[in-house]
Design a protein around this ligand. Structure first.
Ligand SMILES: O=C(O)CCC(=O)C(=O)O
Length: 302
């Protein structure tokens, strides 16, 4: 699907978030949904109705078994938004996971407090929210999101709202008692399945409880930062080659562009890491990978 990258970047720069309906559609949406359903099955269509939904409460980290899901996290349009917004081409995937919230028939889900994502989970330093230090977050909703089906609530950017990123009690969350105005301002993001919500780290927002009795909300989360913010803790891939999903991941690595591979830590073509030897071994590791961009840059360097 086409996405107006320039307009989306402008909107995010102006108000800290943008909703992109039809981010994923048609067969791709079907494949991504089938991929997430492997982790979070539908209790209402499960044959004998005995599915233990309690077992599906936990988020599952990237990479996912289905490459249709992995592709959503490495989407070149989103990379371009990040590059424009942060003003750098050195963008990294901080982390990504899939998660489900089920209807009240299967137990209660929680209303989160309003919070920002600049700091608490990934960094020991006070956050900066300008230029190359910004962080970009995405949520792809793979089911329709209404007020009853756990929408994300958005209040606005911390700076616009006049609230600190780290509060006096050293939190990045804003309780209802101390910050009633934020709760008066918040609005639910209702979105058809296949929509993407993109937002900056300083957006004051929250996840909400699933109020409907049946159904579930399926979502893919990811976030990006630039290599310049080297203090931002990121997901590690240490055990990935030993995982059962490695062959499918190898297929994905062969399919990605050098720019998308950069998100996962690959050096750019032209980086001194690339030699005739490392390129030969790369081709062995990821059968079918096109090493031409790296080889061309190596030749240019002489
Ligand atoms: O699930 C959502 O809609 C938002 C979740 C969120 O803000 C968080 O987990 O930090």
């Amino acid at each position: 699907m086409s996405m107006d990258v320039a307009a989306v970047t402008r909107e995010i720069a102006r108000r800290g978030h943008a909703l992109i309906p039809s981010f994923v559609t048609g067969e791709e949406l079907k494949r991504a949904t089938a991929g997430i359903e492997e982790y979070f099955p539908d209790p209402e269509t499960t044959a004998d109705g005995t599915l233990d939904v309690g077992a599906f409460k936990h988020a599952v980290p990237f990479p996912f078994a289905a490459n249709a899901l992995n592709r959503l996290v490495l989407d070149p349009r989103v990379v371009e938004v990040a590059e424009r917004l942060l003003g750098t081409r050195d963008i990294l995937l901080t982390s990504s996971f899939v998660q489900a919230k089920y209807g009240t028939a299967y137990g209660d889900t929680k209303d989160q407090a309003l919070h920002n994502d600049t700091w608490a989970v990934n960094s020991l330093l006070p956050p900066r929210t300008d230029g190359v230090y910004q962080r970009l977050f995405g949520i792809v909703y793979l089911t329709d999101v209404t007020v009853d089906t756990a929408p994300t609530y958005v209040a606005g950017r911390a700076g616009d709202l006049g609230v600190p990123l780290i509060t006096a009690d050293r939190k990045a969350t804003y309780g209802k008692d101390a910050y009633p105005d934020l709760y008066a301002r918040e609005r639910p993001v209702e979105a058809p399945k296949g929509s993407l919500l993109l937002f900056t780290g300083d957006l004051v927002h929250r996840g909400s409880a699933y109020r409907g009795r049946h159904g579930r909300r399926l979502a893919v989360f990811f976030n990006l930062h630039s290599a310049a913010a080297r203090w931002t803790g990121k997901h590690l891939w240490a055990m990935l080659p030993a995982s059962p999903g490695w062959p499918d991941f190898c297929d994905l690595m062969a399919e990605l562009s050098p720019g998308q591979r950069q998100l996962l830590g690959f050096p750019v073509p032209g980086d001194p890491y690339w030699t005739a030897d490392t390129l030969g071994r790369l081709a062995d590791l990821y059968p079918g990978i096109d090493t031409a961009p790296y080889t061309a840059a190596l030749r240019e360097r002489g």
